[in-house]
Design a protein around this ligand. Structure first.
Ligand SMILES: [Zn+2]
Length: 270
């Protein structure tokens, strides 16, 4: 098996290829997260390996199981993937008492329970090609992975997306081809659109002023999906943009920087 990049940082995504000597059904679990591998042929599979931003650093276990299709036999291999620390910024937020109630854990949890099954759905095909493009023109105000601590609290919260500030009404575009799988107004995330790009990859667009796409629509890179706003738990017009792989929030900047997702064509040619 092989993966790329060789050293993966917290919050980044790697590509994993597995090859067996005989036809087999291949499964992989990285540090407790089941990866949705996709067969290339009877003895090869590939998929994405997201590393959560809070994942422990060091050598972390990747468990690959191959079950022979002709008999009830399975082979398991454990390798160690080196995970490097990411230098995430840190900030302490002081919330006025009236705004603190917006973080009601029950509301937050109920909304996550509603959208989690969408992120968990894996469309086996890859619907996009190449690099992602920026969904809008604006200024990054809070980076991915920023560790936020609210006043009086010793526990950190990790920022699972990129905050991009722009004037109200700024168009928001699809960064890659995909399908609209969620479009609704919800309490915390405000006007929310979620795109499914296949292979377990989803992108989410939060706090928009309006949504311009309906569930089921297919989008191409550059198609308008909404406009920047400040709906939901937001203090000013901005887009909170998330990239999730098998529900794990990963750094969107890596997806903009790398056209690295073509192993179904380039497998073995590295
Ligand atoms: Zn945000």
């Amino acid at each position: 098996m092989q993966w790329n990049p060789q050293q993966v940082n917290q919050g980044e995504t790697a590509v994993l290829w597995v090859e067996t000597t005989r036809p087999a059904t291949i499964e992989a679990i990285f540090d407790g997260v089941r990866l949705g591998l996709i067969p290339l042929d009877a003895s090869r599979a590939w998929g994405l390996m997201p590393v959560p931003m809070w994942n422990p650093v060091g050598s972390r276990p990747l468990v690959v199981t191959a079950r022979a299709q002709d008999r009830l036999e399975s082979v398991q291999e454990v390798v160690r993937v080196p995970i490097e620390a990411s230098a995430f910024p840190e900030e302490v937020l002081m919330l006025p008492p009236d705004r603190a109630t917006l973080l009601d854990p029950q509301v937050v949890r109920a909304e996550w329970e509603r959208i989690r099954p969408i992120f968990e759905t894996v469309t086996p095909q890859r619907l996009w090609e190449g690099k992602f493009t920026w969904p809008l023109t604006g200024t990054v105000t809070t980076e991915f992975g920023t560790r936020r601590r609210y006043q009086g609290s010793q526990t950190y919260e990790y920022h699972g997306g990129l905050d991009i500030a722009a004037p109200e009404g700024t168009p928001v575009y699809a960064p890659a081809a995909g399908r609209v799988v969620f479009s609704d107004l919800v309490q915390v995330r405000g006007n929310l659109v979620i795109l499914d790009h296949g292979m377990g990859v989803h992108t989410a667009y939060l706090h928009m002023a309006r949504r311009d796409v309906a569930v089921g629509a297919e989008v191409q890179p550059g198609d308008k999906i909404g406009e920047v706003g400040s709906t939901g738990l937001s203090t000013g017009p901005h887009l909170h943009w998330e990239v999730r792989v098998y529900t794990v929030a990963v750094n969107p900047l890596q997806w903009i920087a790398h056209p690295w997702l073509l192993p179904d064509r380039e497998y073995g040619e590295q």
